[in-house]
Design a protein around this ligand. Structure first.
Ligand code: HPA
Ligand code: ZN
Length: 331
């Protein structure tokens, strides 16, 4: 088979994708129009032009928050998630654990019932109509307070069965990870699974990785490419069987060497025998590249062998929050 056919046909799990960041420009405009929200963009190309202003995490997050403000109703959340599930399935993804950022919506006056209601409908519909299985991960914004995260976690008790774990995203500002120790302790006590972003290019990244492991006691790290910066960290991640949900995503703006760096780091993590997987992160807002597309680009950029691509897919199921029976059925 061609590499393209091989990659697309291989069953894969997506473990690092933000439902808000899957919103394609066309869907953004549809949702804004039906909600009567005026946008400065005449068409999808103009939205893509705006997305070209993203060149690092803070500049990306600014645009992400601007576009997400169009989302209001349960129907919007349902449509957003269904569009992603269908797109992921078209590239061979059979299972997804999907982040959502409730604080981004609560801060705009959108109630938890609309968020969970829409996400739950999409999850059930995807299972029934596509045979696609998904679970959700509640992600807290690290630049907001730990008290706010705790409040959102507690307020979500009525929907406890609709999310399997918690995570942290947004730029890594002062205080992370110690700041969230109590939130993670409480979530662990509720039987929730634990992960956190440790993104590329953030300050104190090695210390943050250690804090994620030893203070937050996470089972996975989202991105995690900087594990390579500390040989002791490489050993700890291997011994503790921590999943690294890497994402070689590209902004609309070309950043020289970005794919080379990320794909190269993924290759090195594989060579160290770590449980790294390859994920899409924010595909709708970062060049519409989904897992299959990204695997192909990464493979072509740094020469990942077919065995390595199989290992990435295998790692995605090994580190997914599946029951043993579910995992056996996929592997
Ligand atoms: N890193 C941090 N915050 C985010 C990301 C990410 O990759 N995507 C959406 N919010
Ligand atoms: Zn992310």
């Amino acid at each position: 088979a061609t590499l393209h056919a091989f990659v697309m046909a291989m069953p894969k799990a997506e473990l690092h994708v933000h439902i808000e960041g899957t919103m394609e420009p066309e869907l953004y405009l549809d949702i804004a129009a039906r909600n009567g929200i005026a946008t400065p963009y005449a068409d999808a190309e103009a939205v893509r032009q705006r997305l070209r202003d993203a060149h690092d995490l803070p500049s990306f997050i600014g645009i992400y928050e601007e576009l997400i403000a169009a989302i209001r109703s349960a129907q919007d959340f349902r449509d957003l998630a269904m569009a992603f599930f269908a797109k992921a399935q078209s590239q061979g993804v059979v299972y997804a654990e999907v982040f959502f950022d409730p604080q981004l919506h609560l801060e705009r006056g959108i109630p938890l019932a609309a968020i969970f209601g829409g996400l739950a409908r999409a999850r059930i519909e995807a299972e029934q109509t596509l045979g696609f299985k998904a679970r959700y991960i509640m992600c807290f914004l690290r630049d907001r307070s730990a008290d706010d995260a705790l409040k959102v976690l507690r307020d979500s008790a009525p929907w406890r069965d609709e999310f399997i774990g918690i995570g942290l995203d947004n730029p890594e500002v002062d205080g992370f990870p110690d700041k969230f120790a109590a939130v993670f302790d409480e979530a662990r006590g509720m039987g929730l699974r634990l992960t956190t972003h440790c993104d590329v290019g953030q300050p104190n990244t090695v210390a943050h990785h250690w804090g994620a492991l030893d203070v937050l006691k996470v089972e996975r790290i989202d991105h995690g490419l900087n594990v390579l910066d500390d040989p002791k960290l490489i050993d700890a991640v291997r011994e503790r069987r921590i999943g690294l949900t890497a994402a070689p995503t590209l902004f609309y703006t070309e950043i020289p060497g970005r794919m080379e760096y990320r794909a190269g780091a993924i290759k090195q993590l594989l060579e160290h025998g770590l449980l790294v997987s390859l994920n899409s992160d924010d595909p709708g807002m970062k060049r519409s590249l989904y897992i299959g597309d990204l695997m192909l680009r990464a493979a072509r950029t740094v020469g990942l062998s077919r065995d390595m691509l199989v290992q990435l897919a295998r790692n995605s199921f090994v580190t997914a929050w599946l029951s043993d029976e579910e995992r056996d059925a996929y592997l």
